[in-house]
Design a protein around this ligand. Structure first.
Ligand code: GDP
Length: 371
């Protein structure tokens, strides 16, 4: 499964946010068999309004969200790449994730000690990013040395391939050394492909989560210059930015569904930063959702963008790929306006798709297969 790692300096609110993610998902989804794999790994349902609409239309007995995994990666401090504070161990945890949520403290609170004495999101983000960059430089250098010593490169690579990889690595090194993340290097798709195996940390897509006091949630620009600065940084890097209040999320977990909505309405917000964070992470991982919907159950399923109908069927059960015959498909909007699959069929909106069909975001599918 694809994983999103939560990183940031100590005392910025990572654990508070992670606990709200995990506890909130337990409270919210009675239907989901919740599991914690390790203390710092949480499986979290992806909020999706469409799922509930479909479930209501189909009068389903149960409604099941799809999920993504978050990992709380605590302990990253300045000097981590040189082994400070178990640094390398934390960096290796980051290497295993597919996307990063970088939590940055934007709240003022004299009761919560800041490791560097003051609130300064750009400086803080820079501390973390420097560690990631140093680790990447180290990684690239080691790979380069191996190739220069006459290492063989990848399986089946010839001398030309090795030269190509060296050139890409050198460009990457210069990029990262300048403080630019590797993902922004001026290289082609094929070039990036050549060094994918290195698992460079600054290759991973990033969401900056600005952690603010709850009062700053409504109008961050006016009330919180820290959050504004962080948002501008994210925009300049084409990275995503989400405003959250870890403290408020923690309190919201305690409230039931209705109370919770009232609380949000009071703040004039539709959904919490945490819900947005989950959705943005899901999107950034290149994940897509299709649905199955009937009386028994309406359920959201996760696929990777570009998957064909038999592959998508395999997400439900591997046997479905082998036995795949066809996919009876209605787009989400068409399903909702028609009111049922049968009605969509009458209107000619139900398509019978074969093996080559690439499943689209929001498709509502009934698979036909041999068992
Ligand atoms: P971590 O080290 O990044 O995991 O930080 P924690 O989640 O353990 O939070 C450190 C301290 O900051 C705790 O005492 C939290 O209650 C507090 N904290 C976290 N988020 C907020 C926030 O949004 N506002 C305020 N005032 N305190 C917070």
């Amino acid at each position: 499964a694809l994983k999103t790692g939560i990183v940031g300096l100590p005392n910025v609110g990572k654990s508070t946010l992670f606990n709200a993610l995990v506890e909130g998902s337990k409270a919210e989804s009675a239907n989901y068999p919740f599991c914690t794999i390790e203390p710092n790994v949480g499986t979290v349902p992806v909020p999706d309004q469409r799922l509930h609409e479909l479930s209501a239309i189909s009068k389903s007995k149960s409604t099941v969200s799809t999920t993504i995994e978050f990992v709380d990666i605590a302990g990253l401090v300045a000097g981590a790449s040189k082994g400070e504070g178990l640094g390398n161990k934390f960096l290796s945890h980051i290497r295993e994730v597919d996307a990063i949520v970088h939590v940055v403290r934007c709240f003022e609170d004299t009761d919560v000690v800041h490791v560097d004495g003051s609130v300064d999101p750009l400086r803080d983000a820079d501390v973390i990013e420097t560690e990631l960059a140093l680790s990447d430089m180290d990684q690239i250098e080691r790979r380069l040395q191996r190739l220069k010593k006459g290492g063989k490169g990848k399986k089946g690579a010839d001398a030309g391939d090795v030269e190509a990889e060296k050139k890409v690595l050198e460009t990457m090194y210069e990029t990262v050394e300048k403080g630019t993340p590797a993902r922004k290097a001026d290289l082609s798709e094929e070039d990036f492909e050549l060094v994918k195996g290195l698992g460079l940390l600054t290759m991973k897509p990033v969401i900056y989560a600005g952690n603010v006091a709850e009062d700053d949630l409504m109008d961050e620009a006016a009330s919180n210059p820290h959050a504004k600065a962080l948002r501008e940084k994210a925009e300049s890097e084409n990275a995503r930015f989400v405003l959250v209040s870890a403290k408020m999320e923690e309190e919201l977990v305690e409230l039931g569904g209705e109370e919770r909505q009232e609380f949000l309405d009071g703040f004039g917000i539709k959904q919490t930063g945490l819900q947005t964070l989950i959705q943005v992470a899901y999107e950034m991982l290149g994940l897509r959702t299709y649905f199955t919907s009937g009386e028994k159950e309406t359920r959201a399923w996760t696929i990777v963008s570009g998957m064909t109908a038999p592959q998508a069927a395999g997400v439900i059960h591997t046997d479905f790929t082998k036995g795949f015959i066809r996919a009876e498909t209605v787009g989400y909007e068409d399903f909702v306006t028609s009111g049922s699959q049968a009605a969509a069929k009458e209107k000619g909106l139900l398509r019978s798709e074969g093996k080559e069909y690439v499943v689209q975001e929001g498709d509502v599918i009934l698979f036909r297969f041999n068992v």
